[in-house]
Design a protein around this ligand. Structure first.
Ligand SMILES: [Zn+2]
Length: 166
């Protein structure tokens, strides 16, 4: 078989990306204040992860309005990621996300919805094929249960329809 065909290459690349969580951290010099972390640091600033988190918290407390508006700007610039976070929280409340769910592929669905909205116009939703909440079935928040469909179609469907429904 030709293992070098573009298709094989692309498939392998996607599989590898999906299997490798992109790490924003590394292990370096052990922090004096947080030796228990064993030197876990951020790649972006080389700072100890806990020190960095504490610094952000202090800054947020000192100037809550500014940090709120900064978060708002980020959410607006990253609507797909923001929607994925919201969906993850809602699914967590329902305990609908099994350990084997792949956050990379799930995130891709939310980015795709944004992309289609931008390219094709109209509203696009990430829909759970089998709804997370209904009287009869409870679907999972996993990549295999997601589809990107027009918003109008999603609203018609509600949580009353799923494949092979009785
Ligand atoms: Zn530290």
């Amino acid at each position: 078989m030709d293992n070098d065909s573009p298709d094989t290459y692309f498939t392998n690349l996607v599989m590898r990306l999906a299997d490798t969580p992109v790490s924003t951290r590394y292990f370096g010099k052990v922090c004096v204040k947080h030796p228990k972390l064993g030197g876990e640091r951020l790649k972006s600033t080389y700072a100890c992860v806990t020190c960095s988190r504490e610094r952000v918290r202090t800054r947020e407390k000192a100037n809550p309005e500014k940090s709120k508006s900064r978060q708002k700007v980020w959410r607006r610039a990253n609507p797909g990621a923001n929607n994925a976070t919201g969906a993850r929280r809602r699914a967590a409340k329902l305990q609908a996300t099994p350990a084997w769910a792949n956050p990379f592929f799930i995130g891709e669905a939310y980015d795709l919805a944004q992309l289609r909205q931008k390219m094709l116009g109209g509203r696009w939703h990430v829909d759970h094929v089998v709804p997370l909440v209904s009287d009869i079935v409870c679907g999972l928040h996993v990549e295999f249960n997601l589809q990107v469909i027009p918003g109008s179609e999603n609203e018609l469907k509600g949580n009353r329809h799923w494949p092979d429904m009785p």
